[in-house]
Design a protein around this ligand. Sequence first.
Ligand code: DX5
Ligand code: ZN
Length: 218
Amino acid sequence: MKVSPSVISCKLELLKDQIETSASSGADQFHLDIMDGHFVPNLTMGQDLIAAIRRCTDLPLEAHMMVTNPDKYWKIFSKSGADILMFHYESPVNLKKCFGEVKDSGKKCGLVINPDTPFNIVKDLVGEVEILLIMTVYPGFSGQNFINGMIPKIREARKFIDDNSLETEIEIDGGINDKTCSAAANAGADILVSASYIYNGNIRKNIGHLKNLERTRI
Ligand code: DX5
Ligand code: ZN
């Protein structure tokens, strides 16, 4: 299983150390939770912190843009070093236009869907992005409980992607830990995001646990 640690739960004073430990523990990429206090009721990082993280690792950085105007900000985050620009389906922007612009710039795209957004309505967009990020919590905060009711949605996305021979990867975000990871993996995840589980414990052991998961289709 691929693992994308979310640096939102790193201890800021240890950020470089914790990023390096994560990378040497098998992290495949890093997940940056960017919140504007408007699209979600929380504020996190901006372009300066992204640039600092960029200087700490060569692994891909994915910008999960929980902002009202991702069409305006993606270029700034991209310039700061983000490699994968992830847009919420629920943000009030022209997604097809954004995806086209991101691709033209040479970067990759992600599409994010909130728990209340059915998979069915994003089918036409899935083939246009490298990653489909399915939220298994309501965005805004780390440390929330995994919503089990999202499992059928992950299965539905897996089936659609396989049936249509798409290369889009399915990434799961929210409440992933040693108890919930198998359900997400077995439902069809390719990549797991995790913040509090990884960084509120032994980083090496916890990333190792997620990395070792096999996806058994049932
Ligand atoms: C929620 C964020 C998640 C979150 C994950 O708004 O998108 O990436 O930080 O945190 P955990 O793994 O603690 O649920
Ligand atoms: Zn996230």
